[in-house]
Ligand binder design. Structure first.
Ligand code: UDP
Length: 334
């Protein structure tokens, strides 16, 4: 298939590009490089540096490359930033997605795979954990709402257009890198737990701060579901392959098992062989104590489940990238 990957210069999008090509698909990337890196777009993949809100230009790219399916990863994804500047998030994540869909409609592209998030569930009640797709969606920040709005648009748009098909994929915590450790996670600022611990292991940070040790969990720290990026993208490609006119998949993507912040720190010490200094700090506002997926629906409907489920393997994969590229893409083109 000919696939347009938006946000293909970002962490998850760049893995989609690599694995789609490996699976034999033709790929074109659109990215505004506001947060992504040219060097993350591997192979000879064409990169169009442009804004998605310019639907006429995007329509030309779709038509010019005879695109069959769009995988939409381009988004801003800092919760705190979304609280400080909600308009930016609603424009970039919600309004631009609508312009992209408009460009697709203009050209007649009918397949869409959307990068959504478990942040659309907000703070689920204990009876909804593990979280299935039927858990009520009540985001608690503009980032979660911006993704939720796009889900809503897709639901209405697909009801009105029987030829359209989409997969709405709600990610839990994504980690790891490709096997060659050619591409990986590189955020500035970095806020995610595994990269932060790995930076501490490399001596790039003095310590790791645990945000809250008084949660109602076995060791008092928050529990999350960490899914390997390769498993995550495999699920995208599988969904894309199964889209038929009228299909609307909604799937959680997680491993179905939760690990606490302390579990992650201990596993990182095991994997890296480095002692990591830990300090215990207050809770971070808006962090639910336990979030992990019930990934049963995609297993039942498409036979997908994560292959890399050992936390040491996931962290080892992330370490492979960080230990080789401690400064991310710095010093490489863009
Ligand atoms: N966390 C932490 N210290 C950090 C970064 C994160 O204790 O420096 C915790 C955070 O409070 C959450 C978990 O690690 O409970 C995962 O956070 P992350 O930001 O990686 O992902 P989120 O679950 O917020 O999307």
């Amino acid at each position: 298939m000919n696939v347009l990957v938006t946000g293909g210069a970002g962490y998850i999008g760049s893995h989609a590009v690599k694995f789609l090509r490996r699976a034999g698909h033709e790929v074109v990337v659109v990215d505004n490089l506001s947060r992504g890196f040219r060097a993350a777009v591997t192979g000879e993949t064409p990169l169009v540096v442009h804004e998605l809100c310019d639907w006429r230009h995007i329509a030309r790219v779709l038509r010019g490359n005879a695109i069959d399916c769009v995988m939409h990863f381009a988004a801003l994804a800092y919760v705190g930033e979304s609280v400080d500047d909600p308009l930016r998030y609603y424009r970039n994540n919600a309004a631009h997605a609508i312009e992209l869909l408009h460009a697709m409609r203009t050209v007649g592209v009918q397949k869409f795979v959307f990068s959504s998030t478990c942040a659309t569930y907000g703070e689920p009640k204990p009876e909804h954990i593990p979280i299935s797709e039927d858990c009520p969606q009540q985001p608690i920040n503009p980032y979660g709402w911006s993704k939720f709005f796009v889900e809503r648009v897709l639901t209405d748009y697909s009801r009105a257009n029987p030829d359209f098909s989409c997969a709405i994929l709600r990610y839990f915590n994504v980690a790891g890198s490709d096997r060659e450790h050619e591409i990986g996670e590189a955020h500035d600022p970095e806020t995610h737990l595994i990269p932060i611990i790995l930076q501490a292991a490399l001596g790039l940070r003095p310590h790791v701060e645990i945000f809250g040790t008084d949660y109602s969990t076995p060791d008092g720290t928050c529990i999350r579901d960490y899914i390997h990026v390769e498993d995550l993208i495999d699920a995208h490609i599988l969904c894309m392959d199964r889209l038929q006119p009228g299909t609307r998949f909604i799937f959680n993507l997680g491993i179905g098992k939760g690990y606490s912040v302390r579990d992650i720190i201990n596993a990182t010490q095991r994997v890296t062989g480095k002692k990591i200094k830990v300090i215990e700090g207050p809770r971070r506002p808006g962090d639910p104590p336990r979030l992990f997926a019930d990934p049963g629906r995609i297993r039942r409907e498409l036979g997908w489940s994560a292959k890399i489920t050992g936390i040491d393997d996931i962290i080892d994969s992330a370490w492979g990238w960080y230990s080789r590229h401690p400064n991310g893409y710095a010093g490489r083109l863009d």
